[in-house]
Unconditional design. Structure first.
Length: 89
């Protein structure tokens, strides 16, 4: 199992979260088997999101620039591009 971490800033967390939650079916179609959202308690605009995938190939496809643009194009509250890293579970 591969876990992808994405950390970035958002302008408005509540707006971002509504968009994120509305994209759940699409994430599942992209191979995400589980996910979690963490909000920094010292900076309400900084979030870290994790997505779990069965394989590194699926994880890499998900974080490709084309796929991330598709996943975030309707996001009304981005403040920064995400930092991305992978871990094996």
């Amino acid at each position: 199992m591969i876990r992808v971490f994405l950390r970035h800033e958002v302008v408005d967390y509540d707006t971002w979260r509504r968009h994120y939650d509305s994209f759940d079916a699409e994430r599942r179609e992209m191979g995400v088997v589980s996910d979690a959202v963490f909000r920094n308690q010292e900076d309400e605009h900084e979030i870290t999101v994790t997505h779990d995938f069965p394989s590194m190939a699926e994880a890499e496809r998900f974080v490709s620039p084309r796929t991330l643009r598709r996943a975030t194009k309707a996001d009304p509250a981005p403040a920064s591009d995400p930092s991305v890293w992978f871990a094996e579970l």
